[in-house]
Design a protein around this ligand. Structure first.
Ligand SMILES: [Zn+2]
Length: 378
């Protein structure tokens, strides 16, 4: 499993200007290679000799690799769309799906592979171009003890130099070995929601609620109000700042909820956590009540990702089940109907708090739809 750690960079003025130049040159090189490939010239055999870039050859090589993977994904998407359109034409449908647009990197960034950067005690070294020559620069960082431990023991992947808000940071990808899984334990079902961010039901009968939906709603409303106020005052930078702050707070909340869930799971000897498979973010299918709220789907997705990787690190397997009817089906007789108010009462006599029903049904579900929601983006 791949994870990443973010590191702050303390650059001198000169270093910052070198890095910004490198990042811009990097995306321009990737974009021009992608444009060459999508205009019909294959770049599959390209080497640094074929590319005219003001970058150290190590970075030019990485540009070629990135461009190839972007082009492969784009071609795959194109094939998917044309297959769908062919099918639609056969069905004499008047609908056609739009061709995907050629991807273009907009935010300056650069990727350095693990052969070409070095993490030292309080700095990171990697090559940039100075006066036409490749030179390693050492940038001061602050690496926590926890991060030092990770970097010393894990297999490191690519380092990405990216903008986070208006700051330039390094993200270092590393590989974590997943512990062996065993099945002889309890199962936990987790229902994610808006009013109540998460509910867990464990096969030993225990139940737990996580987070505070009302507080989150109040916070979102507060930031919406601030945005409106700043919008009227025409302060776009301030709006950006509070958006980042809101995102940071929401992310911290998700970290805390996922941490609590996995802690509960470990203390109840849970070996499998089941979550609902969230619908594809790009698709418009409405398969569950939650997917009607497209605004919320990203936050469900992030929380599910956090639960998944924390569970994996704790040796707990994560499985995804079909979300259909989990909030309507009676776990005793199988009847499907809606809940009234806060309570779900079935004609068979079964009754339960509405928010609990989902978690219980997810825990009991055997309609598996895969074992990962995580799709890593480079
Ligand atoms: Zn029933």
């Amino acid at each position: 499993m791949q994870l990443s750690e973010t590191i702050k960079l303390y650059m001198t003025k000169e270093q910052k200007s070198l890095i910004v130049t490198t990042m811009n040159q990097y995306i321009n090189t990737v974009n021009s290679l992608v444009s060459i490939a999508t205009n019909g010239t294959s770049i599959s055999k390209y080497t640094t000799a074929d590319v005219n870039a003001s970058l150290p050859s190590a970075l030019t090589n990485q540009c070629i690799r990135d461009a190839k993977s972007i082009v492969n994904k784009y071609n795959k998407d194109c094939r998917k769309v044309s297959a769908k359109n062919k099918k639609l034409a056969e069905q004499k449908s008047s609908i056609t799906i739009k061709e995907p647009t050629v991807p273009v990197l907009k935010r300056p960034c650069c990727y350095v592979n693990n052969q070409n950067f070095k993490i030292k005690d309080n700095c990171i070294e990697f090559p940039v171009l100075i006066n036409g020559k490749s030179r390693r620069i050492a940038i001061r960082t602050s690496i926590t003890d926890h991060q030092k431990l990770i970097f010393a023991n894990a297999k490191l992947g690519t380092m990405r130099i990216v903008y986070k808000g208006n700051k330039i940071v390094a993200q270092i990808v590393y590989e974590v070995a997943e512990p062996e899984y065993t099945d002889d334990g309890n199962v936990m079902g987790i229902d994610l929601g808006i009013k109540c961010p998460a509910v867990s039901y464990i096969s030993d009968g225990s139940v737990k609620f996580y987070g505070n939906g009302r507080k989150n709603k109040y916070m979102r409303r507060h930031y919406k109000y601030l945005r409106k106020k700043l919008g009227k005052a025409k302060k776009p930078d301030a709006i950006k700042r509070i958006n980042n702050k809101e995102q940071r707070i929401m992310k911290d909340i998700d970290h805390k909820i996922s941490h609590d869930i996995v802690k509960t799971a470990v203390s109840h000897d849970v070996k499998v956590i089941k979550l609902e498979r969230l619908a594809n973010i790009r698709s418009t299918t409405r398969t569950s009540r939650k997917n009607n709220h497209s605004l919320h789907i990203w936050s469900f997705y992030r929380l599910a990702q956090f639960i998944e990787y924390k569970a994996k690190l704790a040796g707990i397997k994560v499985e995804y089940v079909n979300p259909a009817y989990t909030s309507q089906k009676c776990p005793v007789c199988g009847n499907v109907h809606h809940a009234n108010d806060r309570n779900y009462t079935c004609s068979c006599g079964f009754h339960i708090h509405r928010d609990l029903l989902g978690a219980m049904n997810i825990c009991n579900s055997t309609e598996y739809v895969g074992d990962s929601n995580i799709r890593y983006t480079a």
